[in-house]
Structures are given as structure tokens and as C-alpha cells.
Write a protein that binds this ligand. Structure first.
Ligand SMILES: Nc1ncnc2c1ncn2[C@@H]1O[C@H](COP(=O)(O)OP(=O)(O)O)[C@@H](O)[C@H]1O
Ligand SMILES: [Mg+2]
Length: 366
């Protein structure tokens, strides 16, 4: 079984990504690498403040996928452990506003403080709400306090601005080199924005029709949000609107062999400069695929076709990063109130986490 991750992206792209990340870490970005950074910035929501912190953010990984119960939190917690080390400090942040339980996967039952204490209420500083995980180089910020975030009305933009500012500052404050955002289910605006902010957004998918369907919906809504963000950032919201309407036009949205990428190409005939910028924003972030609760080869292969569709149909730089076996160690470690990879280090699932982290880090240029 070959993964795109192990095979790697084309040599040129991979070298560029590698040097981009090294440069970002060392603070020696060259003009070309700044170009990549600009592409990433271009896809961020326009309400995010363009501050000094934004120029040197931590590496951001978002774990999403559109559906609940697919393993996003289990993956976030255990990836955090597997990605730490070699001087890389990892901070996992629970951004599942309605159903925060990341701390449980870390074996913590009642966190003393959470994200809302720092961002919404301002009664704690960001460093004060960071909880050590017990594993060297790994910490977390618990979620909770969902009533604080604005309920079903969605999160206020001012609150989101503060939250992003805090996340982007983590590197310069010396608090984290790499951040893992554990997202909630659904395609809420704020969830799409967290995903858009990631250098690598990992879609966690179960090999079953409902989960796959939700993942494609997430691809689609992410694409639409990205186009909207690029439009807002360039002061061209009307052209972004035209592009989005064109993507939705005729046969129900992107159906047909070429999908949304074909549609974007046809918008490019009228608005080449705008679509070029959308392309830059898309090329400056990676969508990863992880297939979870795998029980056989057929399940493993689902990731391959999703990678193809993500790339050809939606136009995202998509990488199949790995699969995770269905393993009873998952609930046993939960019951023991311990991290899976710490509680059952020799389980098949723990080994798969090692491999997933390796492929993801290599896609990020580590
Ligand atoms: N690979 C796996 N093998 C066995 N159980 C799993 C696996 N992945 C997730 N689970 C279980 O599925 C449930 C949902 O996982 P969770 O991470 O909370 O999902 P999400 O965060 O996407 O809502 C949990 O009980 C978890 O232990
Ligand atoms: Mg969760």
C-alpha cells in the first residue's frame, strides 16, 4: 500500500514546503517563501487582524471532517503526543464549541480553566489556561463554557479575532511550535475558519457512506469559504460572489468529471487575476486525509479515492496521510483515563499514530 504521503508530493513542491517551514521556524523567509506565506494569509478570514504575530505563527494543524464521532478528538490528542519531541512543543486546543471533550482523551476529567476563561471572559491569561499533559512537550487548552461563545448564533467576530490573535501569538510567546486544533462537527462558519487557518487541515473520515458524504460537504463548504475570504481580503467580494454562484450553477454544483476545478477554470476566463489568487490560497495549504476505524483493505483504499477527488474535483492540495485501525485500546484507554498512546504504546492503533504523525510532519516539511 502506497500513500501519497510516503511517495510525497512532487520533488519541487516538497522542497519548497520544507524550506518554507524551516525558514518560518528560523525567521529567514526568502521572498519566494513569503509568497507562500502570503497565499496562506490570503485564505484567512478578513476579520483576522494583520499583526506582527501573523507573520510568524506556529505550524497549525486542524483536525476536522464535518461529522461527529469520527475520532477527531482521539486523533488530536494522540497526534499531539506523536508530533512532539525533537524540540517541537505541541499544544492541542479544543475548538469543539458545543461538545468539548478533548481533555478526556488526555485523561483529565475536570479542567480547572478553559479557553473561554481566556478569550471570552478575560479572567485568565492564555498561559494560565494551558494545561500540561504529563507528556514532555505536550500541553492542551480545554474547551467548555459553550454558553459563553454565543450559542446557536455563532461566535461573534470580535471573539474570533481575539482567539486567532491568541493562536498566532503562541509561537512568539514561546508557548508552542505546533498547534493542533480539535474541531467540532458540522460546517459552522467558525469551524470552516479554523480549518482555513490550518497549514494542514486533516479530514478524519470513517469508511462509511455518511462520514464520506459529510467529508465531501466539508470540502465543498471549505472551498466556498476560501473563495469568500480571498474576495474579502482583496477587496473584491463581488467577484468572489460571481465565482461562488458560477460554482453552484447548472447541474447542482460541480457535478461532472472536472467538478469544481473545471468551473474555477471557466471563471478564470473572465477573472484570471482573481482565480489566480484563489489558486495561490489553495496551493498554500494542504488538506490531509486520515481514514479511521479501518477494518480491512477496502477501508484503507477509501483514502486513496478521497485524495483523488479532493485534488481533481475540489482542487485542494490533498494528501492521504494514513489510516487508523479499529482498536479496542481506544475505549480501554478512555476508561483508564489515560492517553491511548501512553496507555497502550504497543497497540496496533498506537503504531498507526506514529506513522500518521510521521507522514503529516513530512508533508509539513519536517
Ligand atoms: N480507531 C478507533 N478504534 C476504536 N474506537 C475509536 C477509534 N477512533 C475513535 N473511536 C471511538 O469513537 C468515539 C468517538 O471518537 P471522538 O474522538 O470523540 O470523535 P469526534 O471527536 O470526531 O466526535 C470514541 O468513543 C472513541 O473512543
Ligand atoms: Mg470531538
Amino acid at each position: 500500500m502506497m500513500f501519497k504521503g510516503s511517495k510525497g508530493p512532487p520533488a519541487v513542491a516538497s522542497n519548497l514546503t520544507t524550506s518554507l517551514l524551516k525558514a518560518r521556524i528560523d525567521g529567514t523567509a526568502t521572498p519566494f517563501l513569503e509568497h507562500r506565506h502570503r497565499g496562506w494569509e490570503l485564505g484567512l478570514p478578513a476579520y483576522i487582524e494583520r499583526s506582527a504575530e501573523l507573520a510568524k505563527p506556529p505550524i497549525i494543524i486542524a483536525v476536522g471532517g464535518g461529522k461527529g464521532g469520527v475520532g477527531k478528538s482521539l486523533v488530536s490528542a494522540n497526534l499531539a503526543v506523536r508530533m512532539a519531541g525533537n524540540g517541537v512543543r505541541v499544544l492541542a486546543i479544543d475548538l469543539d464549541i458545543g461538545g468539548a471533550n478533548l481533555h478526556t482523551y488526555f485523561g483529565i476529567s475536570a479542567p480547572a480553566h478553559n479557553l473561554a476563561d481566556a478569550i471570552v471572559y478575560g479572567r485568565r491569561s492564555v498561559p494560565e489556561v494551558i494545561i500540561p499533559s504529563g507528556v514532555h512537550g505536550v500541553s492542551l487548552i480545554a474547551g467548555g463554557g459553550e454558553e459563553a461563545w454565543g450559542g446557536s448564533n455563532g461566535i461573534h467576530e470580535g471573539t474570533l479575532r481575539k482567539l486567532f490573535q491568541a493562536i498566532f501569538s503562541l509561537k512568539q510567546m514561546g508557548l508552542a511550535d505546533l498547534v493542533i486544533l480539535d474541531l467540532g462537527a458540522g460546517t459552522h462558519r467558525h469551524t470552516l475558519d479554523f480549518f482555513a487557518a490550518a497549514h494542514l487541515g486533516l479530514m478524519t473520515v470513517l469508511p462509511e457512506p455518511t462520514s464520506i458524504e459529510n467529508a465531501y460537504l466539508f470540502f465543498k463548504t471549505s472551498l466556498f469559504r476560501l473563495i469568500e475570504n480571498v474576495g474579502d481580503n482583496l477587496g473584491l467580494p463581488d467577484i468572489a460572489g460571481i465565482a461562488r454562484r458560477h460554482l453552484l450553477s447548472t447541474d447542482g454544483g460541480g457535478r461532472g468529471r472536472g467538478g469544481y476545478t473545471d468551473r474555477l477554470r471557466s471563471v478564470a476566463q473572465e477573472h484570471p487575476a482573481f482565480i489566480q489568487q484563489v489558486g495561490l490560497a489553495m496551493a498554500s495549504r494542504t488538506v490531509g486525509i486520515a481514514i479511521n476505524q479501518v477494518r480491512g483493505q477496502k477501508d484503507i483504499d477509501v483514502g486513496k479515492s478521497m485524495e483523488l477527488i479532493g485534488e481533481r474535483y475540489f482542487g485542494f492540495q490533498t494528501r492521504y496521510c494514513g489510516y487508523l485501525n479499529y482498536d479496542e485500546a481506544a475505549w480501554k484507554s478512555l476508561r483508564n483515563r489515560r492517553l491511548l498512546v501512553v496507555d497502550f504504546p504497543h497497540s496496533v492503533l498506537s503504531k498507526r499514530f506514529t506513522e500518521l504523525a510521521r507522514v503529516m510532519l513530512s508533508n509539513l516539511g519536517y
